[in-house]
Design a protein around this ligand. Sequence first.
Ligand SMILES: N[C@@H](CCC(=O)N[C@@H](CS)C(=O)NCC(=O)O)C(=O)O
Length: 254
Amino acid sequence: MPLPDEAIFPHATGAASETVAAHQEPQELIFHAGWFCPYVQRTWISLEEKGVPYQYKEVNPYKKEKHFLDINPKGLVPAVEFQGKALYESLVLCEFLDDAYPGYKPSILPGNAYTKAYARIWVDYVGKAFVPAFMRLMQAQEREKRDAARTELYEALRKFAAQVKGPYFLGEEFSLVDIAIVPWITRDYILAEHRSYSRQDVSAEWKRYAEHVEQRESVLKTKSDKYVDIYGRYLRDEAQSEAAKAIRAGRAIP
Ligand SMILES: N[C@@H](CCC(=O)N[C@@H](CS)C(=O)NCC(=O)O)C(=O)O
């Protein structure tokens, strides 16, 4: 029986739909994407930042079609085919774009070895501390669980915000740290509407950072306006995605 998650709205809307339309021509890099996915948006932002030529292909990752499983055996978007070979994992793909297209600027990681390693520490933090806390709050059903998840999320964000040099995480340059976190900033209105989350309640630094980074052109160009339809299943804790199941079971997100 098909999973109910399969019944997602089939394509990007808003500014993102124009970006999709502008990237239909065949290219050596094929971007297998789901318009709704925050991990996809990380890689998409990196493609747009660098101006790398790519062909956008919409995939419904919940259908687990053979062609897509051959590209990513994990069955998750994003994935790319580059010169006929496959790669996946959003952050790996972002770094790959820097390595494979060194002539396309800006680089999304700093050139200085120390700053690059420092950036990777905070990218790792986003994946391990922030994203799971965001999802736990989204999926929490009982009041005590929501309160605990909100506290956990606020603490994770305060720690991050305290390190923001401004206006971006590392200072003047937009980087992979901003790319790693911003897709969830563009979706945090869902938590504001349904889980009593408020940027201001996290901290003034967090609010300032979030309001700045969400206005970056590459972020706006990859943003759809229908996310809330997707997240209904998460808010009711009915979603059967690998990430939703992992959060429910207390496991790390794949
Ligand atoms: N760690 C992966 C996570 C990707 C991921 O979870 N993508 C979701 C969509 S947002 C997906 O493809 N889900 C399909 C499923 O869970 O079956 C990455 O960073 O690329």
